[in-house]
Structure formats: structure tokens, C-alpha cells
Design a binder for this molecule. Sequence first.
Ligand code: GTR
Length: 327
Amino acid sequence: MIPTRRALIAAALAAPATACVQEIGERPLRGADSHPSGYPTVAAVDHFGRLISERTGGRLRLRNYAGGQLGEEKDTLEITIFGGLDINRVNLAPLNPIEPLTLVPSLPFLFRSTDHMRRSLDGVPGRTILNSLEQHGLIGLAFYDSGERSFYNTRSPIRTPADMRGLKLRVPTSDLYVAMVQALGASPIPLSYGEVFQSLVQGVVDGAENNWPSYQDSRHFEVARYYSLTRHVMAPEVLVASGRTWGKLSSQDRDILRAAATESVPFMRELWEARETTARRAVVEAGVEIVEDVDRPAFEAAMAPVWDRFITLPAQSALVEQIRGMA
Ligand code: GTR
């Protein structure tokens, strides 16, 4: 039976503070992902689970609830912080309201290439951001690729920011994304990922933005037939553990989890690259209009003011400088 959000939070709160490693060994670790089984993030976390199980002789196991069964990312993060979930794979966007350093890799036009993004997140800047989550009750284990996000909509091709005026566009629940879309003259509608398809069908929103695999896998392309390659954001996916669970693990088990998470990254990247190609092919074959002649410099210029609005702390500016220095 799938535990409900309420049951998970209740169980976490009822657990005595002395509940120990045995308690975790007696049940599988619980994980959540908003994507369905087979999606690269889910496959990577499954791989992480296999490694943990192998290396602890089956003492630790992971039951990963995919497909948003346990709720939207904003909610599962809350449950993870309470300790009702042990492992969670989310995008960086729902962490934006929780930790200001997570805003940095979510900035528009920050990363110059996939290689730049990977080097930054595999290096000191990435480690700094993962470590910053601990004070919020989360242990940052790894970053996964999430490609480049681009705008899609149900109405007409977008080539310049002027084409976006008046469009109602879904954004993740992050003020940074709200500001980015406002800066382009469109109306941002923050919604959870699971609500987007229905909102597109019903005309509650005219479009959204996402990477190739999500655009295809979520079937948003069936309704929003114009995909404009603005490639404005490369915010990664993040694998986190609950700080409460972490506190109950031995240091050997923590090392096993950390190593397994790190090893799941190259595994995920390979799946990701393949999936980007197949997703792109699938939407092209489905007759979607792919708009390649997008005026990216105009989008970059229009979105630039959000940098000053959201990068206000010295620690954020230091990260931006480090990341730029790695371009
Ligand atoms: C996807 C990401 C999800 C979710 C979604 C969204 O690219 O993998 O975790 O954040 O975007 O737009 O909400």
C-alpha cells in the first residue's frame, strides 16, 4: 500500500527520538520522485538503491515511489525534512524558497554549456550548495543533469520576448521563475508539475517551460505544439536524504550512501543523453513545431535584471564568481 502524505508525516512525528539504525534496517528506506519509472532520474535513484543494498548485504534497501505517488516535490521535500521520507529526488527550483544558494544554478543564462554546468556542480560550487542544505534538515547527496529548459505554448511560435507578451505561463513554485517570466512580459502561474497537463488542456495556462525529456514524457507536447529553444535555464536535479534519517545512520552507512550517490551520477548522465535524443525525436515525429531561430541574446538581456534581485548575499555572489570563472 502506498503511504499517504499525512501518514508519512504522522509516522515521522510519532517516531521516538531514540529510534535507531535497526529501525531503518527493519524497513526499506523510502524515496520519492515526481517522474515515472524508467525516467532517467528514477533509474538513477534505483541504481543508487541497488548499490546500497549490495554494499550492506541487503541490510539497507530502498523503495523508491516514482510517478509523484507521494505528492508534488514541494510536499515531498517537507515530508523529507520531517523524516517521513528518507530519500528524495527533486529539481533545484522547489529548494529555491528554502535555501538562497540554490538560486544560483537556477539563474538564467548562467551556464555556458553542459560541460560548464557539470564542472561547476561536480566541483567546489556544487559541494557548497549541497552542504548548505544541511541546516534545513536535508543532506545534499548529488546533482543530476536536467538539460536546458525552453518555453513551449499552445498558441504560436515564440522567437523574441515580445512574442511572450500576454501569455499565461506555468512556472515551478519559485519566486525566481515567477520573476523571469514577468521580466519577459508574460504572466507567470506557479503550479506543481503534476497540474500542468490538465492546465494546458483546460486553457488555464497557455504554456510552460521545461527540458526535452519532461516536455515529451509529461505529454505536454500533445497540447502545447510550439517548442522554442530559448534554453534559458540549466537548473539541475538534486538527490537529498532526510537529515533525520542521516542522524540514525552509522558513519559507515553514511559513507556507503554518499559513494553510491556519487556513482549514480555518471550512470544518470548516460541515460540522460540518450533520453534527450529520443525525446526530441519523438516530439519532432509527432509534428511539434520546433522553433530554433530564437533571439537568445534578447531573452538574456530581458531576464538579466532578475540576477540583481535574487543575488543579494555575499555567499551567492561568491558562488556566481566561482561558477563564471569555470566557464
Ligand atoms: C522537470 C524536473 C522535475 C520538475 C519539473 C517541473 O524538469 O525533472 O523534477 O521540477 O521539471 O517543472 O516542475
